[in-house]
Design a protein around this ligand. Structure first.
Ligand SMILES: CC(C)(COP(=O)([O-])OP(=O)([O-])OC[C@H]1O[C@@H](n2cnc3c(N)ncnc32)[C@H](O)[C@@H]1OP(=O)([O-])[O-])[C@@H](O)C(=O)NCCC(=O)NCCSC(=O)C[C@@](C)(O)CC(=O)[O-]
Ligand SMILES: NC(=O)C1=CN([C@@H]2O[C@H](COP(=O)(O)OP(=O)(O)OC[C@H]3O[C@@H](n4cnc5c(N)ncnc54)[C@H](OP(=O)(O)O)[C@@H]3O)[C@@H](O)[C@H]2O)C=CC1
Length: 539
């Protein structure tokens, strides 16, 4: 009997553990019943589903209920009954998007609280059952006391900002199921004299010391006469994976695409999908009967992933007219390569391929960077070249390019996941002018940036693009703004490299981070289990 009690308690514990993770968005969890309950009559033209030019998710909005006049609790009741869905709240409250976000937060806090309490109750039952088994005492004589949770999800959510964000800009462009936004401090590094123009670099980061370090690098470069950049290549890539009946047809497809006239035909279909995307080339890679086509296109001032994907879809339609047996397995076959480490981006480039250089005078290396030319050059060999080679690195021949790339990307509304390949970088250093001065360069083959599209339209991110004088489309010369942003990324990375490498050469890394990066001790969450540091680790 005891065993049954324990086993039931355990099942109930497992049940609540699982439910806790799957049932958070209560308004969405009864998906199936909701799907059944909504008619498919709502169309994109329904004004309830549009905000400005943005078409909201049109599905399942039940026309007859106008929830705008209801109280919050009444809306929550409808969500609970499955008559509306949490992720559709904005479509149902088109004139008060903040309210939609507010109600979703309320619902989330309530459901998390409920689930957590149930979990604690199940845990208490489990503990009582275990006690009874160990002591042989009748389980009914052991009281189960369910602790009241000290976690308060509603209060926690109060710390996630809700106000002062223009949700109409987020909707249909940047995020779904919105419950607020994360404020990240933005620092400024510079001015950096880049191609004879001073540039102030906005960086969004929570890593104390990073802006200070980049700022110091900018100072050293600017005082030494500035940095110069060159853009070697510009083209975003997308590579679908196709399957053919056999290797003979796969080979024929490769030959067909490599014929110039056929390429023009594909390019014309591709280019018809955008005013700015222009197909440059297609690299054909065959593996068995699989064929990967790496399309490369210029994309004006956009980073270009949506644009290129759209063009590729159209180009494949043309290909299928000539090769009807083509099976398109996926529009992305990973040879693109987007948001994953790969040798292809490192070797062949993706987005903008930029090189940046500067000569730093020996005096400045000593006075600003607190080290000397010989130590820097030697450390660059030992760490960024040999160390990375020994680590088997691909594209990681640098100290911290990703630090600067990511901070700049977040500040300027880039897709932060593309920091993976955008941070590919080799940093080179040489002693020049009879060993007195330092020559430094960074080579970055795959910087993926845009000044239109994605998060660049959000007000705060636009403000940072304004600081760099590259916001939006360059009307006179499409593509010039995004190219300039890529140059800034390379210049800022070089500043960061210079400063961190100097701190490492001088042995200053830890002391600088303790000063700028460790002001506050983390506080444990309530209900959290404390961990003894004296215990050995099991792994
Ligand atoms: C967009 C969906 C989900 C539509 O999916 P769907 O099945 O067409 O939509 P649906 O209207 O039938 O809804 C199905 C469910 O999707 C969810 N859903 C639907 N709409 C919403 C919404 N507005 N807000 C929140 N949830 C939503 C929701 O759970 C809904 O159920 P319901 O709750 O309605 O019963 C689907 O088409 C999808 O997942 N697409 C893939 C998009 C994606 O993953 N993009 C990531 C970026 S791509 C990239 O960055 C990397 C890449 C691609 O380059 C990497 C590579 O190389 O592979
Ligand atoms: N779909 C996918 O596979 C992936 C998508 N993404 C996401 O894609 C988004 C970025 O896509 P992206 O294609 O860059 O941007 P958008 O999808 O926003 O496309 C850019 C739009 O701006 C227009 N435009 C106006 N002026 C210019 C100009 N001067 N230069 C270029 N375009 C201009 C384009 O016109 P026109 O219509 O004539 O082309 C197009 O409509 C990000 O949100 C990113 O996170 C990220 C990775 C993969």
């Amino acid at each position: 009997m005891f065993k049954n009690i324990i086993s039931n308690s355990f099942k109930s514990y497992q049940y609540y553990s699982l439910k806790n993770s799957s049932n958070i968005f209560k308004g969405q969890s009864s998906i199936l019943s909701l799907q059944r309950s909504f008619s498919s009559s709502t169309t994109k033209e329904d004004p309830k589903n549009c905000i400005g030019d943005t078409v909201l998710t049109p599905h399942k909005a039940k026309k007859e209920i106008n929830i705008e006049t209801l109280k919050d609790q009444e809306i929550i009741d409808l969500l609970d009954k499955g008559e509306i869905q949490s992720h559709n709240l904005e479509a149902r409250l088109p004139h008060d998007l903040r309210r939609a976000v507010h109600i979703r937060r309320k619902l989330l806090a309530r459901d998390l609280q409920k689930e957590h309490q149930k979990m604690l109750q199940a845990q208490a039952m489990m503990e009582a059952a275990q006690k009874s088994l160990a002591s042989g005492v009748d389980p009914s004589s052991i009281p189960t006391v369910t602790p009241i949770s000290t976690l308060d999800f509603e209060s926690s959510l109060q710390n996630l900002p809700l106000d002062h964000l223009d949700y109409s800009k987020v909707l249909g462009a940047c995020c779904e199921n919105v419950i607020g936004y994360i404020p990240i401090p933005v620092g400024v590094a510079g001015p950096l004299l880049l191609d004879n123009k001073p540039v102030s670099i906005p960086m969004a980061t929570t890593e104390g010391c990073l802006v200070a370090s980049t700022h110091r690098g900018c100072k050293a470069i600017t005082k030494s006469g500035g940095a110069r950049t060159v853009v070697l290549q510009n083209g975003m890539t997308r590579a679908p994976v196709l399957r053919l009946p056999g290797v003979i047809r796969a080979g024929e497809l490769k030959q067909w695409i490599e014929n110039q006239e056929n390429f023009y035909q594909i390019a014309s279909a591709f280019n018809s999908t955008s005013r700015f995307a222009r197909l440059k080339n297609i690299k054909v890679v065959v593996a068995g009967r699989l064929v990967y086509l790496r399309f490369r296109s210029s994309t004006g001032d956009a980073m270009g992933m949506n644009m290129v994907s759209k063009g590729v879809e159209k180009a494949l339609e043309v290909l299928q007219e000539y090769f009807p047996e083509i099976e398109v397995l996926s529009l992305s076959g990973n040879l693109c390569t987007d948001k994953k480490p790969s040798a292809t981006n490192w070797l062949e480039g993706r987005g903008k391929s930029v090189v940046c250089e500067a000569t730093i005078s020996g005096d400045i290396v000593r006075d600003v960077l607190k080290t000397n030319v010989q130590d820097l050059v030697q450390l660059n060999i030992d760490k960024n070249l040999v160390g990375s080679a020994m680590a088997g690195s691909i594209g990681g021949f640098n100290a911290h390019a990703s630090n600067i790339v990511t901070a700049l990307y977040i500040a300027t509304g880039q897709d932060p996941a593309q920091n993976v390949e955008s941070s590919n970088c080799i940093t080179l250093m040489e002693a020049v002018n009879d060993g007195k001065d330092l020559y430094i360069s960074v080579t970055m083959p795959s910087i993926e940036v845009g000044t239109v599209g994605g998060g660049t339209f959000l007000p705060a991110q636009s403000a940072c693009l304004d600081l760099l004088k590259v916001r939006g489309a360059n009307v006179a010369k499409p593509g010039a703004n995004s190219e300039q942003l890529a140059r800034v990324v390379a210049g800022a990375v070089m500043a960061g490299e210079l400063s961190l490498m100097s701190a490492l050469a001088a042995g200053h890394l830890v002391r600088s981070h303790l000063k700028h990066n460790r002001k506050s001790e983390p506080k444990p969450q309530s209900d959290a289990v404390s961990v003894s540091h004296n215990l050995p680790h099991s792994d």
